[in-house]
Design a protein around this ligand. Structure first.
Ligand SMILES: O=c1ccn([C@@H]2O[C@H](COP(=O)(O)O)[C@@H](O)[C@H]2O)c(=O)[nH]1
Length: 239
């Protein structure tokens, strides 16, 4: 895979028009992430628009609910023929198992390939301090993230979302084909904003990430084409 095929750009915009404008500007981007804002605004139409342009799609709806409800949501989402789909690991083992089965059922009922189902371990906006003091989790952050990964592995998921800071440690615990997808990626020239556990694109890939999710450093740049080009050049330099 080319280095640039490992970059998923987060299409965090408010409506269909802004989304299409960006997709047309960044013609070379082959993998787009549709998240809560855009999907809530446009519904599944945005997925059809991306598919008609032969783009791969990460549908990042971060399901978090009881087993029966996440299973229903995963069945429905898997009918769209997307490539990646997310659920929170904190939904629990029963919900993760139910979701794993549901993606197969949903995809086969629509005659499409099932999405890779990946679990959010710990949002990349959460720091060690917040984990301890706000969420009251009595584990060190790397240990907590590892526990979430082990639960995802045990319940048959295809991978996890984690911060680039945990990737090297997690890679040692999982098979090569278990996906490690990293948001919280920041080139040296971009502001961290609300991301608490970041590394640069080159550092994240070198640490073992399969995919990087990058949004605002590209989409909020005055020159998104140049931002994309700089990230691709940074990755090409290490491959
Ligand atoms: O732990 C997580 C899970 C998902 N995200 C999503 O990734 C992008 C990151 O966007 P930036 O603009 O590069 O910060 C965004 O859509 C999040 O919803 C995450 O950041 N952390």
């Amino acid at each position: 895979m080319n280095a640039e095929d490992r970059v998923i750009v987060a299409l965090d915009v408010p409506d269909e028009r802004s989304a299409i404008e960006l997709v047309e500007r960044l013609e070379q981007v082959s993998f787009w992430k549709v998240g809560l804002e855009l999907f809530t605004s446009t519904g599944p139409k945005i997925l059809e628009l991306l598919k008609s342009r032969q783009k791969r799609i990460f549908l990042d709806l971060k399901f978090h609910d009881i087993p029966n409800t996440v299973a229903g949501a995963c069945r429905a989402a898997s009918r769209y023929g997307v490539d990646l789909l997310t659920i929170h690991a904190t939904s629990g083992k029963e919900a993760l198992k139910a979701a794993t089965e549901a993606v197969q059922v949903g995809a086969s009922s629509a005659g499409v390939k099932p999405p890779k189902l990946i679990a959010i371990t710990l949002l990349t906006s959460i720091s060690s301090r917040q984990l301890a003091f706000d969420l009251k989790i009595p584990l060190e952050l790397p240990e907590y993230v590892l526990e979430m990964l082990l639960m995802a592995q045990e319940t048959g998921l295809d991978g996890v979302v984690c911060s680039p800071q945990e990737v090297a440690q997690l890679r040692q615990t999982c098979e090569k084909d278990f996906l490690l997808v990293c948001p919280g990626v920041r080139p040296t020239w971009a502001a961290a904003k609300d991301q608490a556990r970041s590394l640069t694109p080159a550092q994240a890939i070198a640490a073992g990430a399969d995919y990087l999710v990058i949004g605002r450093p590209i989409t909020e740049s005055d020159n998104p084409e140049l931002a994309w080009k700089k990230i691709c050049e940074e990755l090409a330099a290490i491959s």
